[in-house]
Ligand binder design. Structure first.
Ligand SMILES: [Zn+2]
Length: 152
């Protein structure tokens, strides 16, 4: 397994604007960060760099949305998943599965296993590690970028 860096951490929140304000006020998140609407995935999210890691502060636009349901199930906001960048996603998934992991469907795309996202090939594990869902991403190198946007 060759994790190269944390690509992003995604937090499920009820109010992305309010949370982003707290990140700016208490943690010095960039003033220019803003909450963007992702119509296809019915999500509002602030995406910004803090301390060298990308944060995605995500709020569902619907009561039964992906992040709303996650919060309802746990009773609190929190760290929804960590995306780890890997050198080769096929190798990473094969190794994880050889070590007992199983794959989980991507909620946004309804695809299980490696598939294209705006920034790279991604896949999700069924198995939480320390209570947090795991996403792997093989970030596109120059020239590999895909057209199809999938939202967050
Ligand atoms: Zn996907």
């Amino acid at each position: 397994m060759n994790v190269t860096l944390i690509k992003h951490m995604t937090f499920a929140v009820r109010d992305a604007e309010k949370t982003l304000d707290a990140y700016k006020r208490l943690l010095g998140a960039p003033e220019e960060a803003y909450v963007k609407t992702f119509a296809k995935s019915r999500t509002k999210a602030a995406v910004f760099d803090l301390g060298g890691t990308e944060f995605q502060i995500s709020e569902s636009m619907d009561a039964d949305g992906r992040f709303s349901k996650w919060i309802d199930e746990r009773g609190h906001e929190g760290l929804h998943h960590i995306c780890f960048a890997v050198e080769n996603i096929d190798d990473a998934l094969a190794e994880a599965q050889a070590n007992g992991a199983s794959l989980k469907e991507c909620v946004a795309c309804k695809i299980t296993g490696s598939h294209i996202h705006p920034e790279g090939w991604v896949a999700f594990l069924q198995d939480d590690v320390s209570g947090v869902e795991i996403e792997f991403m093989q970030v596109y190198k120059e020239g590999e970028s895909m057209e199809r946007p999938t939202g967050i």
